[in-house]
Design a protein around this ligand. Structure first.
Ligand SMILES: Nc1ccn([C@@H]2O[C@H](COP(=O)(O)OP(=O)(O)OP(=O)(O)O)[C@@H](O)[C@H]2O)c(=O)n1
Ligand SMILES: C[C@](O)(CO)[C@H](O)COP(=O)(O)O
Length: 230
């Protein structure tokens, strides 16, 4: 059965941890802005019914210009926090049964992984990409003393896209706004309502560009893919 899939790209951040003068969505990797690396994959998919890019208010015009070869992608202004920007993106969708919520600053997603996530959301309603944590994780108290070491077998580093039935995630965002709850991802808003979120194993290369060293990893990922002919 044909389903309508919408995409919300959160790209309204200020990139403070990157620390440079150019916001990370506009930084060029292999002579192409990060945001275009991110969008290209979605823009070529026939089952994507609609796409919304959420940009910082001051960057809306610049983002529209950058996306001028994609007239079907809408660009709207975002909010103060990622969660606010995503909410605004969700409310702009008109035709979608399911939505993929993705960070504009996560430009190395592969088509294979995306398709596995889409298969999962169609049967499970809420599915996210994640990779098993490789390091040992410790929890500390406010003085930096280790409190405990959670068993690693149950720990995952969570990525985007995160995929949901649109009605569920809209309701979860509305509830979070009402409760004043701010999560660091969208799945946490569903989890707090008791709904199951399914993990789909992703790829370690689907990194988010957050700090300057991530740009070095990013260049290396692109080089590696080119060598492999991908
Ligand atoms: N108000 C915000 C904040 C973040 N984002 C987006 O959410 C994604 C993940 O956020 P993060 O890596 O934290 O980006 P920034 O907020 O730009 O970075 P920083 O926290 O270092 O300022 C990014 O694609 C970013 O553009 C957004 O759409 N709206
Ligand atoms: C949504 C996310 O990319 C999942 O890893 C991440 O939580 C975003 O966090 P940030 O604080 O906006 O970097």
């Amino acid at each position: 059965m044909k389903v309508n899939i919408g995409v919300v790209i959160a790209a309204a951040g200020q990139g403070k941890r990157m620390g440079g003068s150019v916001k990370k969505q506009f930084i060029e990797l292999a002579e192409k802005p990060v945001l275009l690396h991110t969008l290209d994959l979605f823009a070529e998919l026939e089952y994507v019914r609609e796409m919304v890019v959420v940009a910082a208010e001051e960057d809306v015009e610049r983002t529209k210009e950058l996306l001028s070869s994609y007239p079907h992608i809408r660009v709207i202004p975002g909010g103060a926090e990622r969660q606010d920007s995503v909410y605004l993106g969700l409310t702009a969708l008109c035709f979608s049964d399911y939505v993929l919520i993705h960070d504009g600053a996560r430009p190395f997603l592969s088509r294979l992984t995306l398709e596995r996530l889409i298969d999962a959301v169609r049967s499970k309603r809420a599915a996210i990409l994640a990779v098993p944590v490789k390091d040992t994780i410790k929890r500390t108290d406010e003085t930096g003393i280790v409190m405990d070491t959670p068993p690693r077998q149950s720990l995952w580093a969570v990525q985007t896209p995160q995929a949901f039935a649109l009605s569920d995630i809209l309701a979860a965002h509305e509830q979070a706004r009402q409760d004043g709850f701010l999560g660091t991802d969208d799945a946490s808003l569903i989890e707090r309502l008791g709904q199951a979120v399914h993990v789909v194993e992703g790829e370690y290369t689907n990194i988010k560009l957050t700090t300057p060293d991530d740009l070095v990893f990013g260049e290396a990922i692109l080089r590696w893919r080119k060598e492999k002919g991908q």
